[in-house]
Design a protein around this ligand. Sequence first.
Ligand SMILES: Cc1cc2nc3c(=O)[nH]c(=O)nc-3n(C[C@H](O)[C@H](O)[C@H](O)COP(=O)(O)O)c2cc1C
Length: 367
Amino acid sequence: MTKNSDLLFEPFISEKLQLPNRIVMAPMTRSFSPGGIPGEDVAAYYRKRAEAEVGLIVTEGTTVDYDTATNDINVPEFVSDAAIAGWKRVVEEVHAAGGKIAPQLWHMGMARGKEVGPAPEQASIGPSGLVAPGKKVSDPMTMEQIEEVVAKFANAAEKAKEIGFDAVEVHGAHGYLVDQFFWEGTNQRDDEYGGSLLKRTRFAVEIVKAIRAKVGNDFPIIFRFSQWKLQDYEAKLANSSDELAQFLAPLVDAGVDIFHASTRRYWLPEFDGSPLNLAGWTQKITGKPAITVGCVGLDDEFIKAFSGGGALATNIDPLLEQLQRGDYDLVAVGRALLSDPDWAVKVREDRFSDMTPFTKEVLGSLN
Ligand SMILES: Cc1cc2nc3c(=O)[nH]c(=O)nc-3n(C[C@H](O)[C@H](O)[C@H](O)COP(=O)(O)O)c2cc1C
C-alpha cells in the first residue's frame, strides 16, 4: 500500500545532485571538535545518520579561513591539515554508509561577539560594524576584508570538492556575516555593498561566483538564507513575493543550484494570500530545487533548545501535504535527528508513536 510518507522516500534527481530520498540533515553546530578538528566521534555521528536513510547530510557550520570567523574553539574549521584530515574521515564514513554530505561554510561576522574564539584579541568584522540595529561596535569592513572573505569562502569550497564532499552549503542565514550584508538592520553601507536590496546581495553574489569559479559547473552549490535573524526573529528581507524574487534573482544568476529556506516552523505561510511557505515561494520563483526546514517531526521551535527547552515528537501530516502539492523538493530535519538518529527509518515504517522527544540532554553529547 502506498503511504503518504512514501513521498519522502522518492529519489531526488536534479542536474548536479542525485539523492535516494528527500531527507536532509539540517546543519547543526555541536562544538565537539576540540581545537577545530573533527575527530572520529564526529565521523561516527554523521555516519550513523547516513546509515539510517538520511539522503543528504549538511554538516554543522564549519569556519572558513578567517581568525574571527567563530566564537568557539570547539567549532570545526576547514583549513588546517588536521581539520582537513578529520573531514576526510567524515566523508569516507558517510560515503561508506551510502550517504551524501555537504559542509556548511560559515563566518559569524559581528555575531561572534568579542574576546572569544581562536583569536580573542581581534575585533569582529561586519558590513557596518553593527552587532544589531543601532549597536555599532567597530568600523565597517574594508574593501580588502570583503575581498579576503570572498576568497576564503571560495578556497574552502574548492577544498570541499577535493576532499570528496558532494556539494557545499553557504551559510547566508540567521544574522551571520553573509546575512549581515543582506539585512538593512546591520548593513548601513552607502557603497556598492549597501543600500538597495540588490546591492545588499552583492557580497553573497561575489561569494557564490567565486565558489563557482573554483569548483566548476558540475559541483552543486546550496545557499541557505532566512528572513529571521538571531538578532530579531521578526526581521524580514522580503515583505512580499515580489521582493523575494528581487532578492533571489541575483543569487540564481550567480550560480546557486539549490536554495535552503530556513524557517522555524515549516507549516507557516510566508506571505498573505497563499499557503506557500518560504521554501515553496523560493522554488516557485526561482525554478530551483528548495529545501524546507523548521520543526519537522516536533511540536515546538528550536531557539528554545539553547535555553534548555524540549519539544514533543509529532506526525508530519502538514509536511506531507505540502510535499504532495510539490511546494518544495527536500526536507531538512534538525533536532529530531539529534534525539533520534533513526528518525527517517521510523518515518518510513510509520512508527510515529515510537519517536523520541527532543530534550536538552541530547545536546550534551555526540550520539
Ligand atoms: C543545536 C543546534 C545547532 C544549530 N547550528 C546551526 C548551524 O551551525 N548552522 C545553521 O545554519 N543552522 C543551525 N541550526 C539551525 C538548524 O539547522 C535548523 O534550521 C533548526 O534547528 C530548525 O530545525 P528543527 O526544528 O528541525 O530543529 C542549529 C540548530 C540547533 C538545534
